[in-house]
Design a protein around this ligand. Sequence first.
Ligand SMILES: Cc1cc2nc3c(=O)[nH]c(=O)nc-3n(C[C@H](O)[C@H](O)[C@H](O)COP(=O)(O)OP(=O)(O)OC[C@H]3O[C@@H](n4cnc5c(N)ncnc54)[C@H](O)[C@@H]3O)c2cc1C
Length: 392
Amino acid sequence: MAISMAFSDEQKMLADMIYKWGVNWLDPQMEHHDEVDEMPKDFFKETGKLGINGLCIDEKYGGAGQGYTEVLIGTLEIGRISNALSMTWGAHLCLCVDNIKRNANEDIKQRFLPGLCDGTDIGCLGITEPNAGSDAMAMRTTAKLDGDSYIVNGSKIFITNAPVGQVLLFYVKTNPELGPKGMSALVTRIDPAPEGYSCNKIKKFGMRTSPTGELGFNDMRVPKENLVGELNKGVAILTGGLTTERITLSGCALGSAKAALDLSAKYSKERVQFGKPIAEQGQIQYKLANMYCRYETGRMLAFNAAAFVDSLTDKRGGKGTDLDMMAAASLLYCGEIGTQNCLDGIQIHGGYGYCLEYAINRHFRDSKLWEIGAGTSEVRRMIIARELLRKY
Ligand SMILES: Cc1cc2nc3c(=O)[nH]c(=O)nc-3n(C[C@H](O)[C@H](O)[C@H](O)COP(=O)(O)OP(=O)(O)OC[C@H]3O[C@@H](n4cnc5c(N)ncnc54)[C@H](O)[C@@H]3O)c2cc1C
């Protein structure tokens, strides 16, 4: 499928608005917040003011009614300044809010979406458990119906935004004997913390401004009207969500791939060794040219996948769909070139690139996540091979 890579005037204005805000508001704070391992306190208030917290959510819930192409523009432009905050924004919007929009009934949408769109509430999504990472279907958290509520027991790990979040969409086994066919999605408020809920912040070497939590559920009650979608039909929600998430979150890695190129090109023209800028050395030019080609190739893969999903009526991926393969390919490639561009960027910066205060170093530490999160590179290759082989 051939698509036009040209953005509309509105899309260009969106990209420009987000990037300029990132340069002016975000960039001056990043070194400090990375060091102290905290999200800037007003981050979601600021993105709320920009009108992007519900970018792909219907206007009647307070969203901006845009598509996944615009969300990808958002993750890319924020990611050029901070990959970690791009992930935090993306986790809120693509992992939590968009899945509520796509799968919940009208009552849940009315109760949860307006606050998530206007910057009052921050969303997060809980799939991963200590013993269920790549094999997410092996999750053990259970929810048993007791009167008017589910009683939830179990745990989740690596949950982006949980330490600062208010709304958690998460998956449980409502009928463990049925395996994946006994899985459901629930949504609950986690701030103020409900009885039986706990969250510990996890320390990480990268993505430090994106808070990550380990969650415990000990007889935590969730009202039964907070069931998202149908009982025991959670797998379709989970896999459908992962598909669009892989496309939109490709922008986080692309943002760092672009930042690595920009920072390195600039530095190489300023840094003088052997009497001339290192940019005049063939070996540096070779790296810069490769960085540019990787970024442009990744951009085409990701925006092609975003345009494809925007063109679909049901926007559903899952086993046996081209969309699943395109989404896996998008994040696989963008994740790996994000790391590679940052590694080349560190090399161009020499010893300075090895120092924590240099932005290239932060982008590298953040970028590595994209070979792991939202299904690892190995899992993405498995999906691509599965769908490819189906066709031959
Ligand atoms: C910073 C951060 C943020 C995250 N945010 C979220 C979030 O918001 N919500 C959420 O639910 N999860 C989140 N995750 C979890 C993330 O999606 C998982 O870490 C990821 O799916 C991998 O699971 P795992 O860490 O248990 O690794 P494992 O599944 O244990 O994998 C370990 C290694 O084995 C490989 N492997 C596993 N199975 C196979 C196989 N069949 N063939 C070949 N290789 C295999 C993997 O590719 C990997 O290299 C986050 C993780 C991090 C680090």
